[in-house]
Design a protein around this ligand. Structure first.
Ligand code: HEC
Length: 367
């Protein structure tokens, strides 16, 4: 079977350069139609492109193609309320070698705006540790099949049809996306993900919504970002280090403690008033400090920022200079941030050298 990426090109028999320029001119709706139209076909023949990927020599298949196949294998269509299917997808995504190999220091993540296009600097994005993005965020999507790899200016873009798992328990999402009806709606109506690469390094990932999106079933938010459920379990469970790291990671307990100590100071110094999902300071990239594993991306910059006394930012209206005013408090913050950095680096290094054993795709049928 011809890869879906070639559908438009083959029909019109033009060279790669022409495919690129035509794709650029396409509206998002038209682009999506190409994807949607091939969903059914690809589902029926899904074994075929996977087999191609498995046997193809690495040199002849682009890294984006290989990553697309990893996503298809790791997170196929399933019941959107099936937490087990999600957890298994999360495990497989963090063992996907080509995806792991494309990771840099962080992944920038946000909604796709056709006007603003691919440059993360032009968009409002959240920064995440790549492994956190893959395990906690990417795993909330299922990949039905079609995808396309194309050039967009300086970037290589992998656009892959995606369907959001909208039926999970509240504690299964990285944070309550439904704190804003608009944000929840945007996730639920995702039809494709756009993975943006610069020199084969994954730079950013965007959610592309359906062109005519319907309203998503609302969820009520009780104003808590994190909570404890009726059985006394901390939620969201996927935001914890226990979800991210393997149970035998010797740094797990230490890292968790280091974060908890730091968190007390984040609250005491009002850091989380800005570094939270509602992003009142309109920062981009937004750094989330309020969720244990999502704070990992800051493990290095945190120390630098505190040493430079750059946070909280200056507030000219209130005649406040940047930084933590009390130097003893700041020193304490720096010590805790250094511990967090050390334990986090060690914990992540352990994960890299001890990849989890992954389970094969379970037989459960989509609803
Ligand atoms: C008034 C809102 C506000 C408060 C309060 C605040 N920050 Fe920030 N922070 C920002 C914004 C906006 C940026 C991004 C722009 C910048 O670098 O100035 C940022 C950037 C950062 C960065 C660098 C981001 C990166 O890419 O890693 C770190 C680290 C950070 N803040 C930590 C803290 C800590 C720790 C505190 C509490 C002591 C704090 N911030 C309090 C708004 C805030």
């Amino acid at each position: 079977m011809t890869l879906p990426s070639k559908v438009s090109g083959v029909q019109e028999g033009s060279d790669d350069e022409a495919i690129v320029s035509r794709t650029k001119k396409k509206t998002s709706a038209a682009c999506l139609l190409v994807l949607v139209a091939s969903v059914a076909a690809c589902e029926r023949h899904s074994a075929s492109p996977l087999a191609v990927a498995a046997t193809a020599a690495h040199s002849s298949v682009s890294v984006q193609d290989r990553i697309a196949h990893e996503l298809l294998e790791a997170s196929p269509l399933a019941d959107p309320a099936d937490a087990k299917a999600r957890d298994e997808a999360a495990e497989r995504l963090t063992a996907a070698q080509d995806l792991l190999g494309a990771f840099g220091e962080r992944v920038l993540w946000g909604g796709f705006d056709p006007q603003k296009r691919y440059d993360p600097k032009a968009n409002t994005v959240t920064e995440l540790s790549p492994i956190v993005w893959a395990k906690v965020y990417l795993s909330t999507f299922e990949f039905p099949g079609p995808y396309e790899v194309r050039r967009e200016g300086p970037y290589t873009v992998l656009e892959i049809a995606a369907s959001f798992r909208d039926g999970l328990d509240s504690g299964d999402y990285p944070y309550p996306f439904w704190h804003s009806a608009k944000k929840w709606h945007a996730y639920v109506n995702t039809r494709a993900l756009l993975l943006v690469f610069e020199h084969d390094r994954l730079l950013a990932a965007y959610r592309r919504p359906a062109p005519d999106s319907e309203g998503a079933a609302a969820r009520n938010w009780d104003s808590r970002w994190r909570w404890t459920d009726a059985e006394g379990h901390e939620r969201p469970r996927v935001a914890l280090f226990t979800y991210l790291l393997s149970p035998d990671n010797p740094w797990l307990t230490r890292l968790d403690r280091a974060y908890r100590d730091l968190e007390v100071e984040f609250r005491g110094n009002n850091c989380v008033s800005c570094h939270s999902p509602d992003n009142p300071a309109k920062a981009s990239p937004l750094l989330l400090l309020d969720f244990p594993n999502q704070a990992l991306v800051a493990r290095h910059t945190l120390v630098e920022t505190l040493r430079g006394n750059k946070m909280p930012p200056a507030d000219p209206k209130a005649h406040k200079e940047a930084g933590v005013a009390d130097s003893a408090v700041r020193e304490q913050l720096i010590v805790l941030a250094e511990e967090f950095r050390r334990d986090a680096d060690a914990a992540l290094a352990f994960e890299r050298t001890h990849p989890p054993a992954t389970s094969p795709v379970s037989e459960a049928q989509p609803k």
